[in-house]
Design a protein around this ligand. Structure first.
Ligand code: PYC
Length: 307
């Protein structure tokens, strides 16, 4: 029987399953190297942990790694139902509270290695995390995709962001929001519209008015595997503030309160970094379970329901 220890958390409703022990021995590798090794040789870990029957399409997992940079508290590789992410904002907030649960960090500043660079975060000792994300930027403005117009931006993942939304952004309209965002994603592919260096745009972010007037906007984010983000999406909110900065609609240090489709909130701001910005994202995460996953060699679905 193979045993994998996980800590489950949620950040604004979006789950992160933190893999603490039981993964393959990858040696002293960076998260970028680890991601390649996992993709090529150990994808069973992702499919077993994330896919049904143990997981679901919504789960993002984060494999904890020993840091290769001694100034970092850990390394991480994020993965979902279809593959591996570059960076994950809600996941980083979940990782922080899981590291606390493990007794590996206390309140204060910490650094975390990810496949797209080191991110720093401030942990408040309870559930609050303030994360300085990777440098983010608007790549293209006013891009026409079928019936909608939007921007392409990098926030640690590639996003197409648009205000052209055919219905209110709320839970009652999730089927229409999924259909609309999936249509945009397919059109981007068909039209050959990409991020920098031909990178696939695998996140679609729809923006509308907030439900709570204390907030600035509400979003709906389609993730690469077809699920929608229950949180306001850390990398998506980073892409959003990069676009607002490029338009001159948000000054450095000013606060942007971003609501998700379920009404959970991240607070964001940024500081300039040349042509890019460093977004700061603040949110809360809670531990929901500490579990031991068992992989029985006799189980034909031991590595998940893989399509
Ligand atoms: O919070 O960055 C994020 C994220 C990416 C995909 C799901 N959540």
């Amino acid at each position: 029987m193979k045993v994998i220890d996980v800590i489950d958390t949620h950040t604004g409703g979006e789950p992160t399953r933190v893999i603490v022990a039981g993964g393959p021995d990858l040696g002293p590798v960076t998260p970028l190297q680890a991601r390649q090794l996992l993709r090529e040789h150990h994808d069973w870990l992702r499919t077993s942990v994330v896919l049904e029957p143990r997981g679901s399409d919504v789960v993002v997992a984060g494999l904890l790694l020993p840091p290769t940079d001694p100034t970092c508290c850990a390394g991480v590789v994020f993965m979902n139902n279809v593959g591996y992410l570059n960076m994950c904002g809600h996941g980083t907030i979940g990782i922080a509270v899981a590291l606390r649960r493990l007794g590996r960090i206390g309140p204060g500043e910490h650094r975390l290695e990810t496949p797209v660079g080191v991110v720093t975060f401030h942990y408040d000792g309870a559930n609050g995390v303030r994360l300085d994300n990777v440098p983010s930027y608007r790549f293209k403005h006013g891009v026409r995709v079928g019936d909608v117009t939007g921007d392409i931006a990098w926030g640690g993942n590639w996003f197409f962001l648009t205000h052209d939304v055919p219905c209110p952004i709320d839970l009652a309209h999730v089927p229409e929001l999924l259909q609309h965002s999936n249509t945009i994603r397919r059109s981007l592919e068909t039209l050959g519209i990409t991020g920098a260096d031909g990178a696939e745009i695998d996140h679609i972010e729809l923006t509308g008015p907030p439900g709570d007037p204390a907030n600035r906007a509400r979003n709906f984010v389609l993730c690469p595997g077809g699920a929608y983000d229950r949180s306001p999406c850390g990398t998506g909110t980073s892409a959003k503030v990069a676009c607002l900065a490029a338009e001159g609609k948000l000054a450095p240090g000013d606060e942007w309160r971003q609501e998700s489709v379920i009404g959970s909130v991240f607070t964001a701001s940024y500081r300039p970094d040349g042509y890019r910005v460093i977004p700061t994202i603040t949110g809360t995460a809670y531990v929901t379970a500490e579990s031991r996953l068992l992989i029985d060699p006799a189980d034909p679905l031991r590595h998940g329901i893989v399509s």
